[in-house]
Design a protein. Structure first.
Length: 428
């Protein structure tokens, strides 16, 4: 097992890209073999159709909604509020609802494709709280994010452990955006008994819990663990195990994050405009190599630096390679401080495995961390990536996340010994 034989960062080390590794394994796949992207429980489970005129339903729906259907090479893709590496969508959402009018207290699976909640477990005096925040009861919502990892490993193999965690962070960001629009406070929780929940929710080795988000009234009350185990339902139509991913998850699931005082971010987005931003968010595929304004860059940077709503935290350092920002010298920045001047557009294009968007963008952010909890760090990087998407799109700037880069060479370019977790390009 990895946790016995690998050092604390070996799971990241063993998924690094290099120029040689990419040339030796270009990773071609047959699109006809792609596993299904939606999990559905059997038809006899009770379902609640989401009514968007109901604020509770609308809040849940907007966390995961399908916003566009796109045909590509005779295959229909259903794009969602949350981006995903390769549009593979390994994440699933479960929500415990307690004390809400006209909704049975229970644990529900959010059936994204059909806009409904599937009741998979009815509560009595038990619940998810005992696994997540023992001694407390939540009147409201507990969201669980999970990864059906084969949807991603089908294409990205071992490196998909990164993409599953980044996608989970993006999905948390989508939940936070819905909470903002519905005027609900939200707290992200990363340190809890994920392994016990995997067992009781009937995931076997085919799905795993990554994170939790809580929105509701917290009361001091003991809630017992779930009385029964939820029956197993596979999230794909077929499955191929990847032992590296399963061991990597097991090795990192119990790592403890840094702890800090909880803070809510403060935003001032105009409601309808931000709603349309959430709805219309897309990953750009090509930039026009035009400059953005310095005030636009600073607007994005200031909101990026707002607190992440969690007490379980890993500090993400943000490097920015400025290519085209009016009023700013091209170069590598850390925050607003110039680290080294120069036009590095060709170099960042190369570092991101010759992706043109990394060369033609206005700015490319690199998110870097020295962590104690790998899962927390990757998910916060994804959460901040989602924030960059929404803030930049809100002011008319395009965006695309980039998960593939030459790791060691990127570290060398940034002059850091910390791991590079994610890259996000913005521009016009």
């Amino acid at each position: 097992m990895l946790q016995n034989n690998f050092s604390s960062r070996s799971y990241h080390e063993n998924t690094k890209h290099s120029y040689l590794s990419v040339q030796l394994d270009p990773n071609y796949v047959d699109a006809a073999t792609q596993p299904t992207a939606f999990k559905v429980y059997p038809k006899f489970y009770r379902r609640v159709k989401l009514n968007l005129n109901n604020k509770i339903h609308s809040f849940i729906w907007l966390t995961s909604a399908v916003t566009l259907e796109k045909l590509y090479k005779n295959t229909a893709y259903k794009l969602r509020v949350n981006p995903s590496a390769g549009a593979l969508y390994p994440t699933e959402v479960y929500v415990q609802i307690r004390g809400m009018p006209e909704i049975v207290d229970g644990i529900y699976h959010l059936e994204v494709e059909n806009n409904c909640l599937t009741l998979i477990y009815e509560l009595i005096d038990d619940g998810l709280e005992s696994y997540i925040i023992p001694g407390k009861s939540i009147s409201g919502f507990i969201f669980l994010i999970s990864s059906v990892y084969y949807r991603s490993s089908w294409k990205y193999k071992n490196r998909s452990i990164r993409y599953c965690l980044l996608d989970s962070g993006h999905h948390l960001g989508a939940i936070a955006a819905s909470a903002y629009l519905h005027e609900r406070h939200l707290q992200l929780i990363f340190d809890f008994d994920k392994l016990a929940l995997n067992t009781v929710l009937g995931f076997e080795n085919k799905e795993f819990i990554t994170a939790c988000a809580v929105s509701g009234e917290v009361q001091a009350k003991n809630v017992r663990k779930l009385r029964l185990k939820v029956p197993f339902v596979c999230g794909t139509d077929y499955f191929e195990a990847n032992q590296f991913i399963e061991d990597s998850y097991q090795a990192t699931a119990c790592q403890t994050s840094h702890q800090r005082q909880f803070q809510q971010p403060q935003f001032d987005f105009e409601h309808e405009k931000f709603y349309q931003t959430v709805w219309n968010r897309r990953s750009i595929r090509r930039f026009r190599k035009e400059s953005i304004l310095q005030e636009q860059y600073l607007y994005i940077l200031q909101r990026l630096n707002q607190p992440v709503p969690t007490a379980n935290f890993e500090e993400i350092e943000v490097y920015a390679v400025v290519h085209r920002v009016e009023g700013m010298s091209p170069g590598l920045y850390k925050g607003v401080n110039l680290v080294k001047a120069g036009n590095f557009s060709e170099q960042t294009g190369y570092l991101c495995i010759n992706q043109i968007i990394a060369k033609d963008c206005g700015v490319i952010f690199f998110l870097v961390c020295g962590y104690t909890s790998y899962q927390t760090a990757m998910q916060i990087a994804g959460f901040l990536g989602q924030r960059i998407y929404l803030v930049s799109n809100y002011i008319g700037i395009q965006c695309s996340g980039i998960g593939a880069f030459y790791d060691d060479e990127t570290q060398e370019f940034l002059e850091t010994e910390k791991d590079v977790l994610y890259a996000v390009a913005i521009g016009i």
